[in-house]
Design a protein around this ligand. Structure first.
Ligand SMILES: [Mn+2]
Length: 331
């Protein structure tokens, strides 16, 4: 990756807006906070503006509460910014509510992302679908441009990469990931502490919701596709919310013989959110694209309107077609 193009652009005294996709994950938030820290190091004023708030499990990274939830009042900042960084996202649809103001701004747009789906929304596109996480790209950028890996930066990037690799289990966990992690650990990221903060402070409500979902787990007759659905009623009865769903899809992956797993939920905005994971070469980003979503080969998402049962029927059918076209089950 050639980072020199940014070297000439990033001059002290400028200001920038940093944003990411809706429903931000650990990679989105960690990458934003690390980039914002680097911007401050080089004398550029960063403003992190997202559609959605920082999820509870990542709040500890944003100690100073610098991440803003977009409102019309931010339009002035967005219009006056010199640059806009779009992190972990390459489509306006996934940026959500800030996208209108971001598109209207004359600020130069720099996209840093590792998703396979890319709508070409930036002037400078730093996209590499082979890396594990956007945090990996931010780390490389800091190294190339002389950024300092402070303890806070190390923690933010560690969480970004750890969460997007399933804590270094997924196929995107390359040797380079471990080299980065060695450096981040030496600079103050403590794996046990960070694991505890992200995954061992979960709410009871989440367990209640999970129990109800598991009781109604479904799969195709051949066991190659499994799915779970959370209705509004299940959220209401357990007190759980959308954030409590984070990570549950990875549990479905643990079922032997499954190739595609899916999690459906009725969101508060009336839309149906679908998370998709593949355990083999079935490309769920293509599946997501059929319904206006996107993502990676092994992890993707869809946001669709309509009835939950109908959504399940349509997406399961499409998954079945995808698996049938990609061959016999692996031994
Ligand atoms: Mn990511």
């Amino acid at each position: 990756m050639n980072w020199d193009i940014l070297k000439d652009l990033l001059k002290p005294g400028a200001s920038c807006v940093i944003t990411t996709h809706y429903s931000p994950d650990g990679d989105a938030i960690g990458s934003e906070l690390a980039l914002a820290a680097f911007m401050r190091q080089i004398g550029i004023r960063p403003h992190i503006i997202n559609q959605d708030p920082v999820p509870r499990i990542y709040e500890f990274l944003d100690k100073d509460k610098t991440v803003r939830v977009y409102s019309k009042e931010d339009d002035d900042i967005i219009m006056k910014a010199d640059f806009i960084f779009l992190l972990d996202v390459s489509s306006w649809a996934r940026v959500g509510s800030p996208s209108e103001a971001l598109r209207a701004s004359s600020a130069g747009r720099i996209c840093i992302d590792h998703h396979a789906t890319n709508d070409g929304i930036a002037d400078i596109d730093i996209a590499d679908a082979t890396v594990s996480a956007t945090g990996e790209l931010i780390y490389d950028m800091l190294c190339a441009l002389g950024g300092e890996i402070t303890p806070d930066v190390a923690r933010a990037l560690f969480v970004a990469i750890a969460t997007d690799t399933g804590w270094f289990r997924f196929s995107n966990t390359s040797p380079h990931v471990f080299q980065i992690i060695a450096c981040l650990t030496a600079r103050g990221a403590a794996p046990e502490e960070l694991y505890n903060l992200v995954y061992e402070q979960l709410r009871r409500e989440r367990m209640s919701l999970l129990g109800r979902g598991l009781a109604k787990l479904q799969s195709t007759a051949d066991g190659r596709i499994a799915w779970m659905a959370f209705t509004r009623q299940m959220f209401d009865e357990t007190g759980a919310d959308g954030e409590d769903v984070e990570g549950i899809i990875d549990l479905l992956r643990t079922i032997g013989g499954v190739e595609i797993v899916m999690l459906f939920r009725e969101a508060t905005d009336g839309m149906i959110r679908v998370s998709l994971r593949s355990k083999n070469d079935a490309d769920v980003s293509r599946l997501a694209e059929r319904f206006g979503g996107g993502g990676h080969i092994r992890a993707a998402g869809i946001r669709m309107s309509g009835d939950l049962d109908e959504a399940i029927r349509r997406v399961v059918e499409a998954a079945r077609e995808l698996i049938e076209s990609s061959g016999e089950p692996a031994e």
